[in-house]
Design a protein around this ligand. Structure first.
Ligand code: NAD
Length: 246
């Protein structure tokens, strides 16, 4: 499974799961466009990739801003060439009970997680259609499959990604483009750092794997779905949760 000569775009690549995904593609020979909200964050991942003699370039962009996303993909095209792979990993949560959820809590989470993925897919597909090749992987969540108290906005955004994934798969399949989702369970990153200790304990007890997930558990699933070899898999969700939702 080589990505030599391929341009891979990873959003939310400054830390956590996104950084691990970016590193995994670089280790397989890809040139990785690391996208994050801040230039400094994206540059940190580029330095980590370059320290392993990999190829990467940093880009700052808010994926919820469609004008900025169009400009981002024009820059990537000019700097690196046509992307073969897009990984929509950028995501946020603003957890609170429904009755306390502000309009802005709802809007912002949907805008980043769901609209951000749509913005990037729309911007990347012109080049992929011309090349008659593309791999798109959307990072959803098991919460999009099960729901979660206190996460109505987040769960709705992640469930929305399944509909987006299947629609893109149907619309672009004849052009050599696949679109799949990965649904991680509980993964140890900055995003989950503040969750209560009881929740962590419960995951460890419930999941057959008997432990929390790590970013390194997610990256190989993404790399596989983005590989040439996975060309006959499209519109699917690969759950990577240590069996938590069984
Ligand atoms: P994280 O908070 O550590 O990292 C999030 C990344 O997204 C950062 O690089 C940040 O800069 C970027 N980002 C946030 N808003 C952005 C925006 N508007 N534009 C561009 N980039 C933006 O989170 P993580 O735990 O590594 O999560 C990565 C993805 O995996 C998210 O989509 C998250 O919802 C999903 N996920 C995480 C878990 C988990 O347990 N950690 C579980 C299921 C799904």
């Amino acid at each position: 499974m080589s990505f030599e000569g391929k341009v891979v775009v990873v959003t939310g690549a400054s830390r956590g799961i996104g950084r691990e995904i970016a590193l995994a593609f670089a280790r397989k020979g890809a040139t990785v466009a690391c996208v994050a909200t801040s230039e400094a964050g994206a540059s940190g991942s580029v330095q980590a990739i370059e320290a392993e003699a990999g190829k990467a370039k940093a880009y700052a962009c808010d994926v919820s801003d469609s004008t900025a996303v169009d400009a981002l993909f024009n820059r990537i095209q000019a700097d690196l060439g046509t992307p073969a792979v897009l990984v929509n990993n950028a995501g946020i949560n603003r957890d609170t009970l429904l009755m306390r959820m502000k309009d802005d809590d709802w809007d912002r989470v949907i805008d980043v997680n769901l609209k951000g993925s749509f913005n990037c897919i729309r911007a990347v597909t012109r080049g992929m259609m011309k090349a008659r090749y593309g791999r798109i992987v959307n990072i959803s969540s098991v919460v999009g499959q099960t729901g979660a108290a206190g996460q109505a906005n987040y769960a709705a955004s992640k469930a929305g990604l399944f509909g987006l994934t299947m629609s893109v798969a149907k619309e672009l399949g004849s052009r050599g483009i696949t679109c799949n989702a990965v649904a991680p369970g509980f993964i140890e990153t900055d995003m989950t750092e503040t969750l209560p200790a009881e929740m962590r304990e419960s995951v460890i007890k419930t999941a057959p794997a008997g432990r929390l997930g790590l970013p390194g558990d997610i990256a190989p699933a993404v790399v596989f779905l983005a590989s040439e070899e996975a060309g006959y898999i499209t519109g699917q969700t690969l759950t990577v949760d240590g069996g938590l939702t069984l």
